[in-house]
Design a protein around this ligand. Structure first.
Ligand code: ADP
Length: 625
């Protein structure tokens, strides 16, 4: 629908007013009219009727067109004003146009009024639009200036060619400590420390200044204080110059906080890496996201990267991986921590470890489980120590038991010959016995005295060996000679027991000369042959030797009761005997083999045996040539 135009007519003549209306309606049929002919009515109508156009007569009895024009240009300067007059001279026309009339129309040519009104309205519309646009621009500029200057974020504008500052806001002045005058007399280089200027020049030369930039710099305040900034800048045209609008964000505190965080992280990392316990963190999928050095060592990994992102199943291919993964999964699902669980496993290098492990769930701010943290204390050494303690305890108990048995033995072994000595000595004084009988008694006293001497020698030797006090007397010895001596020493004893003592000459070795202690070698033989005769009821006892690998290997074999394999090591320990029951058939103190072993070692050789129960025993020992 066409716009409705309000037309205000300033006309005293009703007829003339009608003519004007008729002409205007031809052009603007959709228009309404009001008519006034006095100053007051005119002012009131302008203020209440808001006319779109004013058509005024020039001469009126109580008012005139020029006065009306002046009032209108004060109250409503943008409303078009057309003067309609009967006659008008040139001066009047000029005066009207100067005063702001849009047009003037002579009553003679009233037909022109319509087009004049149309023209005036058109011009008024254009003028109004221009004024609106101008107002908008002014408003935007005010807004922009307000936003720039009152913005709490420091900002400035600089010329991209000269780097000179063109505009700066209050916040920037406050932050950098300059007055506006000082700031606007400087350029970008003035607020940079020396070491940043080169970078700035390079930056200006290489970067396209139409490009929006985000960057970090160090800036300098008027006081010389340096601070870190993050800048965002973008290209603008400012007062016909290529410029950049720069927004400054002081990130000194943020950087300090970041550095502090980094330092703390490093410290924490150093701490957890240097703790002997394994420490690791896993995500909700049970994948490792942190593994400390101890953890990597246990796994057998060289770098953390080797294990990060992997589950236990992927790290350990065996049951250990399945067990660890199952534990992790259960914890993530139920939130129930695993506390002080003893875990045994082999690392990827096959080395066994014992760990005392605790795993605790990790939760986010809503209490949702996001992963777990695990700590494992090494208890491998502890476990070893425990095992050693148990072993030591068992040994101590065994030793105690052996000592008791030894004491009981000893008491028996010492008392028996001693009782004989005392008994037969008393009989020597008895006149009822003749001299032949007394000679027999003396023989018993001497035999038992020798047994006693042997027992005491054994104990003395063993104590000296244990204390490392036994001295050797090394000299050149003929092996054959020793063997012959031993043979003749024991033949009688063997014969009385009905046992064949034989010399194994199968090797046919020539005489071998060695440098050693013949007394101690014989002592070893005495023990071995003594035992062989003691534990053999029938059959033979054989002695022999052969040269082997720079050593002489001696042996004493018998066809006696033999020794079960489980005692082959133990019988070389002190006080150890195969038969420990009170009803022992064979005497002895359990020291002979222990002494022999120590002596052979002292002489630089080794001692061992081969035996089968109820068949034979064959003791071997070597002496270096
Ligand atoms: P003992 O004084 O008891 O003979 P030894 O140290 O000489 O002490 O021997 C320890 C044990 O070894 C003996 O008690 C015996 O059980 C066993 N033994 C040693 N030699 C023989 C052997 N030739 N035949 C069978 N058992 C033997």
């Amino acid at each position: 629908m066409d716009k409705l135009y309000r037309v205000l007519l300033v006309e005293d003549e009703l007829y003339d007013a009608e003519l004007n209306i008729r002409e205007i309606k031809k052009i603007l049929p959709n228009s309404v009219f009001e008519r006034v002919d006095s100053k007051n009515a005119f002012i009131k109508m302008i203020e209440t009727y808001f006319p779109d156009i004013i058509i005024s007569d020039y001469n009126m009895p109580s008012f005139d067109g020029l006065s009306a024009l002046k009032i209108a240009s004060e109250i409503c300067p943008s409303t078009p004003f057309i003067v309609v007059t009967g006659s008008i001279n040139e001066d009047t026309a000029v005066e009207c146009m100067k005063a702001g009339a849009t047009d003037y129309v002579l009553k003679d040519s009233l037909k022109r009024l319509g087009s004049s009104v149309l023209n005036a309205l058109e011009q008024s519309k254009i003028k109004k639009e221009r004024m609106d646009a101008f107002k908008t621009i002014r408003l935007n500029e005010t807004k922009y200036r307000y936003m720039f200057h009152s913005n709490p974020q420091p900002m400035w504008i600089y010329d991209v060619e000269t780097l000179a500052f063109l505009e700066v806001n209050e916040a920037a002045l406050k932050h950098y400590g300059y007055t506006q005058e000082e700031f606007l007399s400087m350029n970008l280089k003035d607020i940079l420390p020396k070491n940043e200027i080169e970078r700035l020049i390079c930056n200006v030369e290489t970067s396209d200044y139409h490009y929006n930039q985000t960057d970090e710099w160090t800036h300098k305040k008027k006081s010389g204080e340096l601070f870190s900034v993050e800048i965002v800048s973008y290209f603008i045209i400012f007062h016909q110059r290529n410029a950049r609008h720069v927004l400054i964000n002081d990130i000194t505190e943020r950087k300090k906080a970041e550095e502090k965080l980094l330092r703390e992280r490093k410290l924490l990392r150093t701490l957890i890496d240097n703790l002997p316990a394994t420490i690791y963190v896993k995500d909700s999928e049970c994948r490792k996201i942190i593994a400390n050095r101890a953890d990597m060592e246990v796994i057998g990994a060289q770098t953390e990267e080797e294990v990060l992102g992997k589950t236990d199943m992927e790290i350990f291919s065996n049951d250990i991986g399945t067990r660890g993964y199952a534990d992790d999964k259960r914890l993530i699902e139920t939130g129930v921590p695993v506390l002080n669980q003893e875990e045994f496993f082999y690392d990827t290098n096959g080395i066994p470890h014992w760990l005392l492990t605790s795993k605790i769930p990790l939760t986010d701010e809503n209490g949702k489980i996001t992963g777990l943290v695990g700590i494992g204390h090494h208890i491998t050494e502890q476990r070893k120590m425990q095992a050693e303690l148990v072993e030591a305890k068992e040994k101590a108990e065994e030793s105690d038991r052996l000592k008791s048995a030894f004491l009981a033995n000893m008491s028996h072994e010492i008392r028996t010959p001693l009782n004989s000595i005392i008994g037969f000595s008393e009989l020597l004084d008895d006149p009822d016995f003749d001299s032949e009988q007394k000679t027999e008694f003396i023989k018993h006293i001497v035999d038992n005295g020798n047994s006693l001497l042997m027992i005491i020698s054994d104990i003395m030797d063993f104590s000296m060996l244990e204390a490392g006090q036994l001295k050797l007397r090394q000299q050149p010895i003929s092996v054959k000679k020793i063997m012959n001596e031993l043979f003749s020493e024991f033949s009688h004893k063997a014969k009385t027991k009905g046992i064949q003592l034989r010399f194994d000459d199968s090797q046919n070795d020539p005489d071998i000369m060695i440098v050693s202690d013949s007394y101690r070698i014989k002592q070893v033989f005495n023990n071995l042959i003594g035992n062989a005769l003691k534990f053999t009821c029938e059959g033979f006892v054989e002695i022999g030797y052969k040269a082997k690998d720079e050593k002489v290997e001696f042996h004493v074999k018998d066809s006696g009761i033999g020794i079960s394999p489980k005692f082959h090591q133990a019988i070389f320990e002190r006080f150890r005997q195969v038969d420990t029951t009170k009803s022992r058939k064979y005497g002895g103190n359990g020291l002979g083999l222990a002494i022999s072993k120590n002596l052979v070692q002292l002489l630089g050789g080794k001692i061992w045996l081969k035996s089968e129960p109820d068949k034979y025993s064959d003791f071997f020992f070597t002496i270096p040539i």
